[in-house]
Design a protein around this ligand. Structure first.
Ligand code: GLO
Ligand code: MG
Length: 343
């Protein structure tokens, strides 16, 4: 048994499409995914606004509320919680040069409209926070927007969200690159600083994704630790990534086992599980995986977390402390390698 509660996003079961090729697997309807997630033992689901209410931009506020209530009834049927709602502000053409940092006022207003609707949906589903993955908040063309004013526009957008609902919390999920190559707020440090610049820093936090740290050569464990030390860690997206490359969303520990061990260790050591928070998965099956194995990357990730928890339970800090006193850092390396490589 794991000490953690797990959450998953419906987009984690996907068709295998990438920028260089078409789908390799059939799409699975949302209701089927939710049923399967419940059977797999997940505790909560993560939603984009348009996962919860498809084609959200074409719908009235009344329709959005009605559909969110239907979804809530479905979740209740399976005894599932909603962890968060995240406005998906990167597909619509209006957001081609940013959403909260859009240079054209009407586009920014549309981003805010979708965010307010996301907060409404979160309230109906019982989710305590929204997640902002600032996917297009930067620019492909540096001169298209004056950076200082534009970053201030981002802070203003956050303030409006905090004013819209006095209880909602906001977790910023930073990503340094892809789809834009130059993000305005690409790291955990930026995300925390942005939160601190708002009118209500206590309701601002971060969601740390392993791959987003790795893809800029940062250590995900220390990004988690940094957020925990500032009391800002609202959620996590565990996954893995082969170095400083395109976003891969591989199963946890598939590329960086020692880092994965330390990520789980820092969560265990900080009693993350006791605060009612979820270990969120943001993993995708590889493009080469066949349809019949559409869910195995999720089951395997949970299995790996449990195995790493066992390793964390076996880890003895007193042994390491002795080696530190003796300056025997080689012994620490070997202690960890033996821990990870033997039963
Ligand atoms: C992509 C992100 C993405 C977000 C999701 C929730 O790189 O990790 O999957 O986590 O859209 O906002
Ligand atoms: Mg993510």
């Amino acid at each position: 048994m794991s000490r953690f509660k797990f959450s998953v996003g419906p987009w984690n079961v996907a068709s295998g499409v990438d920028v260089y090729g078409p789908p390799t697997r059939d799409e699975i309807p949302m209701k089927e995914k939710i049923k399967k997630f419940a059977e797999m033992g997940f505790d909560a689901i993560q939603f984009h606004d348009d996962d919860a209410v498809p084609d959200i931009s074409s719908k009235s506020e009344e329709q959005i509320i009605a559909e969110a209530k239907e979804l809530k009834a479905l979740l209740d049927e399976y005894n599932l919680e909603a962890e968060f709602v995240a406005p998906r502000l990167w597909f619509e053409p209006q957001f081609k040069d940013g959403a909260y940092t859009a240079p054209i006022k009407e586009n920014w207003e549309h981003a805010m409209w979708r965010t307010y609707r996301s907060i409404d949906i979160a309230n109906i589903l019982g989710a305590k926070f929204i997640v902002l993955w600032l996917a297009r908040e930067g620019t492909l063309c540096m001169e298209s927007k004056p950076p200082v004013e534009t970053i201030q526009q981002l802070t203003k957008s956050l303030n409006l969200m905090l004013e819209y609902d006095e209880n909602i919390k906001i977790a910023i999920e930073p990503k340094p690159n892809e789809p834009i190559d130059r993000s305005y707020a690409g790291t955990v440090g930026h995300a925390i600083a942005l939160g601190n610049a708002t009118i209500d820093p206590d309701r601002m936090g971060v969601l740390v994704e392993s791959a987003h740290s790795t893809m800029v050569g940062l250590e995900a464990t220390h990004d988690l630790a940094f957020a925990i030390a500032q009391n800002k860690l609202l959620s996590v997206h565990i996954n893995d990534q082969n170095g400083i490359k395109y976003d891969q969303d591989k199963i946890f520990a598939a590329e960086n086992l020692r880092s994965a061990f330390n990520q789980i260790k820092v969560l265990c050591d900080s009693d993350y599980d006791k605060e009612g928070k979820y270990v969120g998965l943001d993993v995708k099956a590889m493009r080469s995986t066949s349809f019949e194995h559409s869910y195995e990357h999720l089951a395997n990730t949970i299995k790996v977390v449990k195995m790493l928890e066992d390793k964390v339970d076996k880890f003895d800090q007193a042994v390491v402390d002795e080696y530190v006193k003796d300056g025997n850092y080689e012994a620490i390396e070997m202690y960890i390698l033996e821990l990870l490589l033997t039963k």
